[in-house]
Design a protein. Structure first.
Length: 354
């Protein structure tokens, strides 16, 4: 297989590393680092009993990434405690999302995960109270421009990102998983009401909701900068929860109830196709009812297959940039109606030129 697919091939078949020469190891490490999967790769090889097969030079890179990931995990656990302490007096559900949730729930995809921020979901009607409480404990808004403030507070599903004045950690406070202006309208109360208790009493989304949030983040928002890493998250979640009795039926039923059938369809298809995720045929068939039309389906599949590849020089093909740009525009189009989207994109373009 060509170098463009080496990382994906190793994720699918870890024993492939036994036959790598020094050049192959160099390429694998560079691709994994670019995809933010270097520490995850270490965890996979260690779990498969292949650590002894790694030559000293690449092993040094893998172990360094593992140490960084472990250090970040300690930071996230501390941040979770600080957030809990700041918001406990409000007596509201505070649900941790994405990477922090995987860590606090002890899920396998927290092994080797790198963290850029912490995300939480809170009731919308208490958003002002939450922001005031966090400000009293040192978190301040990072977007001071009047337009940015209006953009987040009027149209988006979250406050402007908050940064702690001493620790410089970033916190995203959500009141939903999609903007109010989006074409899909999942009910955040359903997510909050179904949240589960994890480590030390912290709340995380229910298994089905965790999968749906991950799928929505990747296949609806157009957040594809680290698309392969996010697809790996989905693969791990589906492998873990897919063993639970009744999971697939509950997942499909929940997707319909939250209006998230389309992103779930894309998630199941691409996880199975790219990473050999064991998705039951019956689940794929049921999910296809919410999929795109027969005319659109091959086009969307081609776009996502290109965008989910590692954004590394060894993996780039003609048309990859166009595919990512089209999905970027699609993501914005799905989040905002045209009368809001066009002025917003024009303003962003002007800022880059100015």
């Amino acid at each position: 297989m060509s170098g463009a697919s080496l990382l994906v091939e190793v994720l699918r078949y870890p024993s492939r590393v036994v036959s790598l020469d020094p050049g192959g190891w160099d390429l694998l490490v560079r691709q994994a680092r670019r995809a933010e999967l270097l520490a995850h790769l270490y965890a996979v090889l260690d779990e498969e009993g292949l650590r002894a097969s790694v030559p000293p030079a690449p092993l040094a890179h893998l172990e360094s990434a593992r140490r960084l990931a472990r250090a970040q995990q300690r930071v996230v656990r501390w941040e979770a405690r600080c957030i809990h302490r700041a918001l406990a007096p409000l007596k509201i559900p505070v649900v941790f999302l994405k990477g922090a949730a995987y860590l606090l729930a002890g899920l396998p995809n927290s092994r080797g995960r790198l963290f850029n921020d912490v995300d939480i979901l809170v009731p919308r009607e208490r958003l002002e109270d939450v922001e005031r409480a966090l400000m009293r404990h040192g978190w301040m808004s990072t977007h001071l421009d009047a337009y940015d403030q209006r953009y987040y507070r009027t149209w988006m599903h979250e406050l402007p990102p908050l940064r702690h004045i001493r620790r410089h950690t970033v916190l995203d406070v959500h009141h939903n998983i999609l903007p109010d202006t989006a074409r899909l309208h999942p009910d955040p109360r359903k997510l909050l009401d179904s949240a589960r208790e994890a480590e030390c009493g912290f709340l995380v989304l229910a298994p089905e909701d965790m999968v749906l949030h991950s799928a929505t983040h990747l296949f609806h928002d157009g957040e594809l900068e680290q698309g392969l890493r996010d697809l790996v998250d989905l693969d791990i979640l589906l492998r873990r929860f897919g063993k639970d009795e009744g999971f697939w039926h509950k997942l499909l039923e929940r997707a319909a109830g939250l209006e998230l059938g389309r992103p779930l369809y894309y998630a199941l298809c691409h996880a199975a196709r790219c990473l050999n995720t064991p998705v039951p045929e019956s689940a794929l068939e049921s999910a296809s009812a919410a999929g795109p039309s027969r005319l659109l389906s091959p086009f969307m599949r081609a776009l996502f297959e290109r965008a989910l590849e590692v954004d590394h020089a060894s993996c780039r093909r003609p048309g990859d940039g166009l595919a990512r740009w089209l999905l970027y525009v699609r993501g914005h189009y799905l989040r905002m109606p045209l009368h809001l989207l066009l002025p917003h994109l024009a303003r962003k373009a002007w800022r880059r030129v100015d």
